[in-house]
Design a protein around this ligand. Structure first.
Ligand code: GLU
Length: 475
């Protein structure tokens, strides 16, 4: 018999954003399915949500597409195992819970909130199985009489439950550590603990890839699978991504979501590439991978058993490489929305500007700081004229500037590079001296995204001359 088709899923809860850790889980589930020629499923888990977050599902769908993690089945693309939103499946779960009740794997619980509260306050660490002792007939009678109830999993009181995790190996938990969790709430909705099992089974998911916080609950889920006569899936649990040695990366503490990084000018391909390395490593030291390369290279053995630390500088470094590789038109198209945020750029030849910035921006939002000289010109420090290598200083600038102004007035900016060279030769200056003085005089900035001639072209003749005059007056 041939192996069944690999089916993985990403099962986010729509909380209003997709954080970097969630996206990484999605990525690994995607990579594994693609590598094995399998199917990758998106399922929205919204049964446990306290409140509805408008637009949250759209953010997830949009992010997955933007990041290139195309799913074969999901809420908006359909599939043979839908619906793919748990709240639309709410009639599915109760019958399986009742099946478990019939076989002794679950039971009705009528305990009131007050009783539970008193029990935990009295020092109990888990539910005391009080309602298990009611007996089936009595429980059925109370339920039929309309008394509110939940359905709880009936965990054996002795023994251990164990399974093999593909990342962590043998995992064993003493049954007495496990609580009889609620499977179906009093409103008839399933909890995550139950819905994930039922849906993974009904959606034929055979590889479950998710956060390590579920590692120790998984034996419990396996008891449910077995109680229902279902085959258990394989599991890969993933260590968290940390902000630093002590703190998880978390939106609650201001750590960015995928969309925040995109808004700051990181390219989707660079983000995906970087997060692939946060918890997985190839056998060699290579760091730059396209999504297709990741599909080929991904390996379960490369998954890390320890947490990874998010290093934004590393992401910047990788992003810079992706930016340099963009075709010029694409860089320009991606830079445009970032230019739009800076009113002072209006009127400049943005295409020309893109040519200057393309090799220098590490993130697209760098176009702001890299063009700041266009708006922060007046009032710069004349000490910028001091250059030890070229032996320039404000006095030399003052002496040179009247003739540079004449030259700029009478030269087409496109030809100014040559004109400045000729000026240096004719007047006994070094080329570097003239170029330094001219560039500082028109920009007022030590670092600019181009040399003297490029700055003259960018500014245009009128503005360049205006700036030269202002500078001369100040010296
Ligand atoms: N909805 C769960 C979460 O967002 C999914 C856990 C799982 O993948 O099973 O954490």
């Amino acid at each position: 018999m041939s192996d069944p088709v690999v089916r993985t899923r990403f099962a986010p809860s729509p909380t209003g954003y997709l954080h970097i850790g969630g996206l990484r889980t999605a990525l690994y589930a995607y990579l594994f399915a693609r590598q094995k020629g399998g199917r990758f499923i998106l399922r929205i888990e919204d049964t446990d949500l306290e409140r509805y977050v408008p637009g949250a599902v759209d953010i997830i769908l949009r992010t997955m597409k933007d990041a290139g993690l195309l799913y074969d089945e999901g809420p908006d693309v359909g599939g043979d195992y839908g619906p793919y939103i748990q709240s639309e499946r709410k009639d599915t779960y109760l019958k399986y819970a009742k099946q478990l009740v019939d076989s002794g794997g679950a039971y009705y619980c009528f305990c009131t909130k007050q009783r539970l509260k008193a029990m935990y306050e009295g020092g109990a660490t888990k539910y005391d199985k009080a309602c298990l002792r009611l007996g089936r007939a009595e429980a059925e009678r109370r339920a039929a009489a309309g008394e509110p109830y939940v359905i709880r999993q009936n965990i054996p009181e002795t023994g251990t439950s164990a399974y093999h995790d593909l990342v962590f190996g043998h995992i064993a938990v003493d049954n007495k550590e496990l609580e009889d969790n609620v499977l179906i709430k009093s409103d008839g909705m399933p909890t995550y603990n139950f819905a994930n099992v039922v849906d993974d089974h009904l959606m034929a998911v055979n590889y479950v890839i998710r956060g390590v916080e579920y590692l120790s609950s998984t034996p419990k889920y396996n008891l449910l699978y077995r109680g229902l006569g279902w085959e258990t899936p394989q599991y890969m649990h993933l260590q968290p991504i940390m902000r630093d040695a002590a703190h998880k990366l978390s939106k609650r503490y201001g750590d960015a979501s995928y969309e925040d990084f995109v808004a700051r000018g990181f390219l989707p391909a660079a983000i995906v590439n970087y997060i692939a390395l946060l918890g997985w490593s190839p056998k060699d030291d290579r760091e730059k991978f396209t999504l297709d390369e990741l599909v080929r290279r991904f390996s379960v053995e490369g998954l890390s058993k320890s947490p990874s630390i998010f290093d934004e500088n590393k992401l910047r470094w990788l992003n810079a490489q992706y930016i340099k590789e963009l075709p010029p038109e694409e860089f320009h198209a991606r830079a445009l929305p970032f230019y739009a945020g800076h009113a002072y750029l209006e009127g400049y030849d943005l295409k020309y500007l893109s040519g200057l910035l393309h090799g220098r921006a590490e993130v697209l939002s760098d176009v702001g700081p890299l063009t700041a000289f266009l708006t922060e010109f007046e009032g710069f420090d004349p000490a910028l004229f001091v250059n030890e290598k070229w032996k320039t200083d404000p006095a030399l600038a003052k002496a040179m500037l009247p003739r540079l102004i004449d030259l700029a007035k009478n030269t087409d900016p496109q030809a100014i590079g040559e004109a400045l060279n000729a000026f240096a030769a004719d007047n006994g200056y070094k080329k570097g001296q003239v170029l330094w003085v001219f560039r500082i005089a028109v920009t007022g900035a030590k670092n600019t995204p181009g040399g003297a001639a490029e700055m003259a072209i960018l500014l245009g003749k009128t503005e360049a001359c205006r700036r030269l005059e202002i500078t001369l007056k100040r010296l």
